[in-house]
Design a binder for this molecule. Structure first.
Ligand code: GRF
Length: 191
């Protein structure tokens, strides 16, 4: 059976990583086996590393602070070494350059209705905005921060007087639903 190799790149908590692994690893989709041979952390103390250990998912640390020079090249070598077909960013706090974006199909999830609230503070900004809805977006990655074609989006309605924590939990719950589905959609169009 043909195997589709996915790599998850992360920098922090890793809750999307854990969800994706549990939902998709070793699942058969369109006569192909989805497999996660590797996860890569850009931070050596990311909590997601512990999650990988618990899940039995092999994890490599390519710490950005220790490998600033030629970071993307090192990342590409790693991805090629594991014969990766699709790269999944899940809380990966680096902007990737044009070359790696041209060499790999890369997806990202962002906790806002893009193009609104790009960047690292999206959840707080959409919580504090006057908008009545908030949401999440899955998109292809290009060299622009949270740029690239949108693959999937979904929304939640704001609840009056809801705490930031509760709002954040609902955003994450939406991410856990939308990201695996969007990945399967992308795989449908990938040979
Ligand atoms: C998620 O909110 C994701 O949308 C954003 O970074 C966060 C990562 O959370 N890109 P986790 O590390 O998956 O828990």
């Amino acid at each position: 059976m043909k195997m589709i190799n996915l790599a998850i790149l992360f920098s922090g908590n890793g809750s999307n990583l854990e969800n994706l692994y549990k939902r998709l690893n070793d699942k058969i989709h369109n006569d192909k086996m989805i497999h996660f041979p590797i996860a890569i952390s850009s931070k050596k103390n990311a909590y997601g590393i512990k999650r990988c250990e618990n899940l039995g998912l092999k994890c490599e640390v390519l710490d950005y602070n220790e490998h600033k020079l030629g970071y993307d090249m090192k990342l590409m070598e790693l991805l090629k070494g594991y014969k990766i077909d699709l790269v999944i960013l899940a809380g990966f706090m680096r902007i990737l350059g044009a070359e790696i974006c041209a060499n790999f199909k890369i997806l990202n999830i962002h906790p806002s209705i893009l193009p609104l609230f790009k960047g690292a503070n999206a959840i707080r900004q959409s919580y504090e905005s006057y908008m009545k809805i908030a949401g999440v977006s899955v998109h292809y990655v290009n060299e622009e921060l949270d740029g690239g074609e949108i693959i999937a989006q979904d929304i939640i309605h704001k609840i009056k007087d809801e705490s930031l924590e509760s709002f954040e939990d609902r955003i994450h719950a939406l991410e856990y639903e939308i990201y695996p589905k969007a990945i399967l959609e992308v795989l449908d169009c990938t040979r």
